[in-house]
Structures are given as structure tokens and as C-alpha cells.
Ligand binder design. Structure first.
Ligand code: MN
Length: 712
């Protein structure tokens, strides 16, 4: 295990300005927090955060990353809290540790490998600060290096698969080739041990057979380049077993044909020298057609730059070569981490990490090559996304601003149609709540529910919106149709005629309708009145008195109310509206006013607002509640209360209403003086009797002066 002073020395070697005291403090804090916990290897748990810090020190990352590495498992696995860390190490470190902790939790939540793509996006979206991702990758690398200590095979395979599908591509995505190679190879060893063993054996065989071959090739290349006047550094590297295996898979070649198991690298000082070196090599050796690629003039999306070529080289071996500058080499190996490298004495400038992040965003945004990993993942695209989980751990990607209703529709149309509520991270939340990254959403459904027109105001996904609109359209038409039919039946009866479809057929053209149903809808919508339709079929005799329109309920006979249009089944907000002035309740005597294009608005018979419609009797509609059973819809009654201005009076008011099972939906103080308050209270009740009971109970309460039902 690396000692405290060793770690500090290593960091100091590349960053003399690093906060030594803070690193020491983090080391001690983490050691104490993890205490006697052990790793599967039997080592003290604390060896893990130190190794992770060591990996990051090799990458020459800043002190904050090193400290974060030391602390990265304390919040999740020990009694230490994020508050402790913020208090001791400041808000920046706390934020980094929090980021790594969150990523670790995601890891536990989702093992849905088919969703690796989404998961990668989520990880990138969650790691706002790229250092969070770097610490996480180092954490994963150390866990992979020690994977073989885990006893549970299923778990080992899951971790290896996750590494292969998520972390290795992520490392590649941000250009960390070395990290990617090692992660892949460790995962490969777990997932396909036999394949790896046979590749290793073959590599050993080839190595032995061509004893000293690589060295001879390197020597000759070095000579050739020096002869061409270039100061170049030549090195050779055997390909990793995994890259050999993948080549065998992709190119469908057998092992025998795999001769180019070595890759040679030429590092020079300048870009010009890269092309010079290429010229020297190409003029000396036969070129293998189709192997040349210029990633200097056209860098890879992850910023990788190099010249690639293949030649029949020294010893008549087919070899692959990469030619690059030292800078390019650093980026190729370390990727984004290369930019962290501290130059001795270089001033640490403000906003350094932001420039960094911008660069990464650039890389991610300009990924034109569809062959690359994460080809669809332009960052801007998932900056506009949130990633949420179902209770089972399935990942649902949604646009930013999405609500539980969007989530429900994304899971299944039927779940969307019937959702009544949602639990976000185990807590009930309103359906209009905006979801955040990593939220776990449980949708509560009810068979009685149907899509609500109000949902349309807050959903953001096309699917949800389309489903809601379609539902409303079909519902609305049905509603208008039912209403129009009822209105016409009543109008015909009123004027002493029978309503027949045949008769209606005759006048369809007059009303610009294609079918009888359309005519019903038109009447329901208020585009034509019942009387107009009756008169189009049975023109009134010129001497006939205008049909008597009964305006007051007191004048209504029993028979008239039998002719009333039942409002049962009409959904408020579609063909039917309850007037906001008088708040009609089941049990109230009511009248409907037909409003063009909006259907019917229901008022109580004594509502003052009805005076406005005195001149348009054709718009009045006799309507009736349909016995019981309207109770499914909550009706809101409004009362005016005057109560004494004294401690507890408002409490008494709400207590009395609550005891009577009334649900207060709104409270508004309309007037206040030294002695009294006047308050408007909206209460959800079953019917008028329910409201009357509440009013009586309130009147019996001492602090309450007067209670009246509001009349507009
Ligand atoms: Mn860890």
C-alpha cells in the first residue's frame, strides 16, 4: 500500500503548488472512516482509495482529484456524511465526491446491459465536472484489477460486462486509450478466459518463433529514419489480447493469418516531421494498400491525431505504424487527462477547468464519424435530456422538463392514459413535477382515470401530447354529439314534433353537415340551435306566436324537467362547464347556457349572471342533474365567511370544514378590518346537501360571524 508521504511526493513532483496539507488530511480522514473494513482480497479497504489516488497521480491530475479519490467511498460506505466533507474540505471537493457517489449508486441500480448506450449518456450527463468521470474511471480500473478476488461469479461477470459496455467506451470517448485498453483487457479476461488464454499462447509462440524480431524491426526502422535526417523515437508494442480477438471477430480472419501482432510507433517533434517520416518509410518499404490514414489533418472525434500506415517492413514482415508528435502522443494515451498535466511553474489560471470542459463538449459535439462510439450522443442532445428509472431499474430517457405523465406515456400508452399520481424517489409528487437525472419514478394508475385536458399544458413529449390530444378530440366529439342529440330531442318535443333521422337527412345541407352525427355535434357545440333545426324542417306559420321559453325554474312544470337534458356523462372541461360565478352543485336547480364552440355552461337558476342572457332565449337549455352518481366528479362550492379577527379563528374554520369531510381547494381573504376577516373558501363537496351541512356547522361555530354561499 502506498504510504502517505509517497502519494504527496508524487503529486508534488508534477504540481509543486498542490495543497499538501489537504491531501494529508484526506488521507487520514479516509483511513479513519474506513477503519477496519476489508476488501475481498483481504487487504484493508483503505488500500482501494489510495490505489485510485495513485492511478490519478500517474495521470498527473490536480490535488482536488487526488483528494476526491481518497474520499470517494466514504459517503457511500462509511458513517461519514457529505456535510462532514464539505466542512473539512470545502464545497468544491464535496461536490466532486457527491458526483462520484451518485455515479456509484447508478451502478448499483441498473444492470440492463441493452441500455448501455443510455447509461453512458447518463454518466456523462451526471458528471458535470469531468474530474468526476476521471475519478470514477480510476475507481473502476482498480476494481477491475482486483476483480478476481470476488467470489461471486455472477457478480464478477456483471461488473466485467458493465466495464466492457460502459466504462471502456467512455474512456475511449474522452480519448483515454491506455485506460480503455486496460479496462477492456481485464473485462475480456473475465468474460472469455479460454479465448484470451489461447490468444496469449499464440502471442507467446509468435514471440518465441521470431525471437528478437521486434527488436530487429525497431533497430532497422530507427536507422532508416536517422538516415533520412530525422531525430525520431521508435517503439514497439504488442497488441492486447482483446484487440487481437476483436480483429478476429470483425475481419473474420483466423489466427494463422494474424501476423501483424505488433504495432510500431514513431514519435517526432513537429507535424512537418510526421509527414517527412512517412515519406522516408514509404520510399523505403512497399506500402500495404488501404492502410494509410491521416488523422492529423482529420482528427478523430475524441481529438486523436496520428498518421497510420502499413508496410512490408524489415524482415519482410507486414507491420503497422503510427507516426505522431509528442503532444499528440500524450493526448492519445491520456485523452482529456493530458490537458491536466501541470507544467512546472505554470500559473494555475482561473477557469482552467471550464476551458477543459468546453473542449470535451466540442469533442462530443463534433462527432461526424458514424462508426465511432456514442455516435448519437452529441452532448447538446443529452444536455436536453433527463434519465429516469422505473422501479425495476429500467432506464427511461426523456427530454428535459419532462413530467411523470411523460414518463408514464414513455413506459406504455395505457399507463399514461390511466395515471393518477406518481412517486418520485419514493415520495408522492404532483403529476406536473419536472423530473431530474437519476429520479426513480413509480406511476400510480387507476382504471377509472382518463387523460385530462390539463395535462396538455405541462407535458413535453410528443407521444404524451399526441395521445392526450387524440383522446380529447374523440371524447369531445362524442360529448358534443350526445349533448346535441339531447338538445334536438328536447327542441322537437317542445314544438310538438318527432325527431327522426330521416327528417334530419333532408336539412343536412342547410347546416353544412355531412352526416346526421355531424349535425348533432354542430348543435352540441352551439354552432346551430335546436330551434333553428326544428324550423328548418317544420317552418313556423307566420302567424304563430314565438315558442314560449321558460326562463325561471319556478315556472317549470314537472313535465318540463322530464324534458331536461341530463348532464350525466358529460365531462367538465369538454362539452360542459360549471360557471365560476355561482359554482353549481349536484342538487342545485340549474340551467344551461349554450356558448358557440364551447358547449354548455351550467349556472344555478338564481345566478345573477343569467341576466346577461335574457335577450337570447334560444341559448337557454333546460338541464338536470341525473339523480345520484354524479359524485365521481368532485364539485367545488364557494362560500363567503366573515369571522372574528382573533387567534385560532382560521384554525376553527378549517377544522370544522375538515370534520365535515369537505376538502378546501382555495382560500382567499377578500377584506380585513381590526375586528373581522372576510374570506372566500372553495370547498370540494359531493353535492349541495354536503355544502349545506358544512355551512350549518360553520354557523354553529362561535368565532364565525356569518356564512353565505357565494353568488357570483
Ligand atoms: Mn471505489
Amino acid at each position: 500500500m502506498m504510504r502517505q508521504f509517497e502519494l504527496v511526493e508524487r503529486v508534488k513532483a508534477y504540481d509543486p503548488a498542490a495543497d499538501e496539507v489537504a491531501i494529508n488530511r484526506a488521507y487520514v480522514f479516509s483511513m479513519k472512516a474506513h477503519g477496519s473494513q476489508l476488501r475481498a482480497s483481504g487487504d484493508p479497504y483503505f488500500s482501494h482509495p489510495i490505489e485510485v489516488a495513485g492511478i490519478l497521480a500517474e495521470m498527473k491530475l490536480d490535488a482536488a482529484s487526488i483528494i476526491t479519490a481518497l474520499l470517494h467511498d466514504t459517503v457511500e460506505d462509511t458513517v461519514a456524511t457529505l456535510d462532514d466533507i464539505e466542512r473539512l474540505f470545502g464545497p468544491d471537493i464535496a461536490k466532486l465526491v457527491d458526483g462520484v457517489t451518485k455515479l456509484s449508486r447508478l451502478e448499483l441500480q441498473s444492470d440492463q446491459t441493452k441500455q448501455a448506450e443510455n447509461f453512458r449518456k447518463l454518466v456523462l450527463a451526471m458528471s458535470e465536472d469531468i474530474r468526476v468521470l476521471l475519478v470514477k474511471l480510476a475507481d473502476r480500473l482498480h476494481n477491475m484489477r482486483t476483480l478476481h478476488f470476488l467470489k461471486d461469479e455472477e457478480r464478477r461477470r456483471r461488473i466485467a460486462r458493465e466495464t466492457m459496455e460502459i466504462y471502456a467506451p467512455l474512456a475511449e470517448r474522452i480519448g483515454m486509450q491506455e485506460m480503455k485498453d486496460e479496462l477492456e483487457d481485464l473485462a475480456f479476461a473475465e468474460l472469455h478466459p479460454e479465448a484470451r488464454a489461447s490468444i496469449m499462447a499464440r502471442l507467446a509462440f509468435l514471440r518465441e518463433k521470431g525471437e528478437g524480431l521486434a527488436e530487429r524491426i525497431m533497430d532497422e526502422l530507427q536507422e532508416t529514419l536517422t538516415g533520412g535526417g530525422l531525430a525520431a523515437e521508435v517503439s514497439g508494442r504488442e497488441k492486447t489480447p482483446y484487440s487481437v480477438w476483436r480483429k478476429m471477430q470483425q475481419k473474420n480472419v483466423g489466427f494463422e493469418q494474424l501476423s501483424d501482432i505488433m504495432a510500431f510507433r514513431v514519435v517526432v517533434d513537429t507535424v512537418e516531421q510526421c509527414y517527412q517520416a512517412l515519406g522516408v518509410v514509404h520510399s523505403r518499404y512497399p506500402v500495404v494498400p488501404g492502410r494509410f490514414k491521416d488523422y492529423i489533418s482529420t482528427p478523430k472525434p475524441n481529438n486523436y491525431r496520428s498518421l497510420h500506415t502499413g508496410v512490408i517492413g524489415p524482415e519482410r514482415q507486414r507491420i503497422e505504424m503510427q507516426i505522431r508528435t509528442r503532444d499528440m502522443h500524450e493526448v492519445a494515451e491520456l485523452g482529456v487527462a493530458a490537458h491536466w498535466v501541470y507544467k512546472q511553474g505554470a500559473p494555475r489560471t482561473e477557469g482552467r477547468q471550464y476551458r477543459w470542459l468546453r473542449e470535451l463538449l466540442d469533442i462530443l459535439e463534433h462527432a461526424p464519424d458514424p462508426q465511432e462510439f456514442l455516435e448519437h450522443t452529441k452532448l447538446e442532445m443529452f444536455q436536453d435530456q433527463v434519465f429516469c428509472f422505473t422501479p425495476k431499474g429500467d432506464l427511461i430517457a426523456l427530454p428535459r422538463g419532462a413530467t411523470p405523465v411523460d414518463f408514464a406515456y414513455a413506459v406504455h400508452s395505457v399507463i399514461g392514459d390511466t395515471c393518477v399520481g406518481a412517486k418520485i424517489n419514493g415520495r408522492l409528487a404532483p403529476l406536473r413535477t419536472q423530473l431530474a437525472n437519476g429520479d426513480q419514478v413509480e406511476v400510480i394508475t387507476s382504471k377509472a382515470q382518463t387523460p385530462s385536458p390539463t395535462w396538455e399544458r405541462f407535458v413535453v413529449t410528443g407521444k404524451a401530447r399526441a395521445r392526450i390530444r387524440r383522446f380529447i378530440r374523440t371524447q369531445q366529439r362524442q360529448q358534443y354529439l350526445d349533448l346535441g342529440k339531447a338538445i334536438l330531442q328536447k327542441a322537437f318535443r317542445h314544438e310538438g314534433h318527432d325527431l327522426t333521422e330521416k327528417a334530419l337527412d333532408e336539412v343536412l345541407k342547410t347546416f353544412n353537415c355531412a352526416s346526421v352525427e355531424d349535425l348533432f355535434v354542430a348543435v352540441g357545440e352551439g354552432l346551430a340551435t335546436g330551434r333553428e333545426v326544428v324550423h328548418a324542417i317544420h317552418p313556423p306559420r307566420p302567424d304563430a306566436k314565438p315558442a314560449k321559453v321558460v326562463r325561471l325554474a319556478t315556472a317549470r312544470s314537472k313535465k318540463a324537467s322530464e324534458n331536461a337534458v341530463p348532464i350525466r356523462g358529460l365531462i367538465p372541461g369538454m362539452a360542459l362547464h360549471f360557471a365560476g360565478c355561482c359554482h353549481p352543485l349536484p342538487g342545485d336547480r340549474i340551467v344551461g347556457i349554450v356558448t358557440t364552440g364551447k358547449g354548455v355552461t351550467i349556472h344555478t337558476i338564481d345566478c345573477d349572471a343569467l341576466a346577461n342572457f335574457a335577450d337570447t332565449p334560444e341559448r337557454w337549455l333546460d338541464v338536470a342533474w341525473t339523480s345520484k352518481g354524479d359524485g365521481e366528479i368532485g364539485h367545488v362550492g364557494r362560500i363567503n365567511v366573515t369571522l372574528g379577527n382573533e387567534p385560532g379563528s382560521l384554525g376553527s374554520l378549517t377544522t370544522v370544514i375538515g370534520k365535515q369531510a369537505g376538502n378546501i381547494t382555495n382560500l382567499k381573504i377578500t377584506n380585513r378590518s381590526i375586528d373581522f376577516f372576510e374570506i372566500l373558501v372553495d370547498i370540494e363537496v359531493k353535492d349541495v346537501k354536503h355544502l349545506t351541512n358544512i355551512i350549518a356547522a360553520l354557523r354553529a361555530t362561535p368565532v364565525i360571524n356569518s356564512v353565505e354561499r357565494s353568488r357570483g
